[in-house]
Design a protein around this ligand. Structure first.
Ligand code: SGN
Ligand code: CA
Length: 540
């Protein structure tokens, strides 16, 4: 009897420990340009529209990070930081023009060594053949919304349908049919949506037709308090967002003939010509009557900006709706396969975005809307349902977090920090009190000059070091939208000195020598009048 009891208890113990020691799967769902304030759970000004019931559900079941930031607000660089766990100046991918060195140390390779099966589907934007993945299918460059090409290990294929659905299909298919059920997995599902030019799925063409999208309070910001760069960018809804290129107004063959509109027409047409006859018909049926009404209205000034904002925000949110549905499908697949209890699900996006905030679209700046990244995570049995963290985290931390979750070795030269203690509800005394930011891509589309900076819980100090050494200082507690630049104002000397010292500390900590390496002659050349370039005044 005693022996049977012993046997039984050791069997139970073994079963329990093998269950707790079970290595978790990781499903990383990632999008392009999805700002946190376009997610219901983040309670932004678009909450009433809320295209994200599935992301909200994930937040309700898991944990949401309110202070989640990128290190360099642009696509390829953000992804390179995630792969390498190192700042741009260390991983070598500082702007979209670079090519990622796939030979370097990246977290998927370490997970493979630990016995993980890895896959990547969708937008990579790092150029070159992905390494560290057992299977992959990636969009070439930015990828296309309709009937896109995919690059696979076997070559290039064109797939009919809508990009977000196609990427979700690839992931669902791998989970159901191609995965090795004996191994833990790490799956990265990376959508093109909701990146410019914001083309929704056919089933969403009429979504939000009958509502007015709330406007951001800063839609008519005049940047009077900012340093000069904010007044000399090229990402304004008013002056730079193009009616035809960005908003697809008037895509009729007749319109395409007008010589004055030639460049934009060609670009817009490039997007439409991928569509099948049926897709194009549905598209025109949806936008045709709206264009007609627009022409009748003959809007100008602020009314025109408001109209463009509505058209843009609706398309942007429609694209997000497609992403959110895909998340629902993926989570449904995990449940069907009995994988939901042992799979960590993460939702994030490469950076934030301006949804009319400050009168802008696009990203790149260190201002809040594009500095922030969504980060929502459910780790079954670990994260407390519905919890929210205000710890400052960055995409720099993901690689170490994933390795920690998998109990894999974490290389010493990674520059972030594992989020696992935070996910377990702990509150480490020595958690970071500031983040470091550095943006490089200039001169380039949208003309945002290089800058670096520091953000603490309360303050933000930015330095446009190539633009006559301009500085901006914000008190986020009193000014959460970076509207009142306090740099040089009476009473702010002490905090400015302190923040400059802290910023220098971060430059040294992360060994960022990329500014010193710059050549002054090159700076002068790049200072060519940015506001005179081709994209200005397309709509005037
Ligand atoms: C393209 C877009 C830009 C965008 C960059 C970078 N223009 O050039 O608006 O800022 O990509 O975006 S588009 O007409 O081609 O859409 S990123 O997310 O890939 O970094
Ligand atoms: Ca992006």
């Amino acid at each position: 009897m005693h022996r049977i009891y012993l046997l039984l208890s050791s069997f139970l113990f073994a079963t329990l420990s093998s269950l707790t020691a079970q290595t978790p799967n990781i499903l990383f769902i990632f999008t392009d340009d999805h700002a946190p304030h376009a997610i219901g759970a983040y309670n932004g000004f678009l909450k009433s529209v809320n295209p994200t019931p599935n992301i909200d559900q994930l937040a309700a079941e898991g944990m949401l990070f309110e202070k989640s930031f990128c290190t360099n607000s642009i696509c390829g660089p953000s992804r390179a930081v995630i792969m390498s766990g190192k700042h741009s100046h260390k991983n070598g991918f500082m702007n979209n023009g670079n090519a990622f060195d796939w030979d370097q140390q990246i977290f998927p390779k370490i997970l493979q060594k630990k016995g993980y099966q890895t896959a990547l589907y969708g937008k990579s934007h790092l150029k070159g053949k992905p390494q560290g993945f057992d299977d992959w299918k990636v969009l070439p460059g930015q990828g296309d919304y309709y009937n896109p090409f995919l690059i696979t290990p076997e070559g290039r294929v064109q797939v009919q349908g809508y990009c977000t659905d196609i990427v979700t299909d690839a992931a669902v298919n791998w989970l159901t049919s191609d995965r090795d059920p004996e191994k833990p997995f790490m799956l990265m599902v990376q959508h093109k949506a909701p990146h410019r030019c914001w083309m929704p799925a056919m089933r969403h063409l009429h979504l939000y037709d009958d509502i007015t999208i709330p406007e951001p309070s800063t839609l008519f910001d005049d940047w009077k308090d900012n340093a000069p760069p904010a007044r000399h960018q090229e990402l304004e809804i008013d002056r730079h967002m193009d009616l035809n290129y960005d908003l697809f107004v008037d895509l009729t063959p007749e319109f395409n003939q007008q010589p004055s509109q030639k460049r934009q027409d060609r670009s817009a047409w490039n997007n439409m010509k991928r569509m099948s006859a049926g897709q194009l018909k549905a598209w025109r049926a949806a936008y045709g009557p709206k264009d007609e009404a627009f022409h009748q209205a003959k809007l100008t000034g602020k009314d025109l900006v408001r109209w463009k904002y509505q058209r843009y925000a609706k398309n942007y949110l429609r694209c997000i709706k497609g992403v959110d549905e895909g998340i629902g499908r993926l989570r449904g697949t995990l449940t069907e396969l009995g994988l939901d209890e042992n799979t960590i699900v993460i939702y994030s996006s490469d950076q934030g975005f301006y949804i009319g905030d400050h009168g802008w679209y696009d990203k790149r700046w260190m201002y809040e809307e594009s500095l922030k990244m969504p980060f929502v995570i459910k780790w079954p049995g670990t994260t407390i349902p519905g919890s929210r963290s205000t710890h400052m985290i960055q995409n720099l931390d993901y690689a170490q977090t994933f390795l920690d979750m998998a109990n894999a070795p974490i290389p010493k030269d990674m520059q972030g920090r594992s989020l696992v203690p935070l996910l377990k509800g702990r509150n480490p005394d020595d958690w970071r009190t500031s983040i470091y930011y550095h943006y490089y891509e200039y001169p380039s589309v949208h003309m945002i000059p290089r800058h670096n900076g520091i953000r603490t819980a309360r303050y933000k100090l930015m330095n446009f070091y190539r633009f006559g050494d301009e500085w901006e200082l914000y008190d986020l507690e009193n000014d959460p939208e970076d509207l009142s630049n306090l740099y040089g104002k009476p009473g702010y000397d002490a905090i400015t000195t302190d923040l400059k010292k802290q910023l220098q500390g971060l430059v040294e900590k992360y060994e960022d020598d990329s500014i010193q390496d710059e050549k002054p002659e090159q700076w002068k050349k790049d200072m060519r009048t940015p506001w005179a370039s081709a994209r200005t005044n397309l709509n005037s």
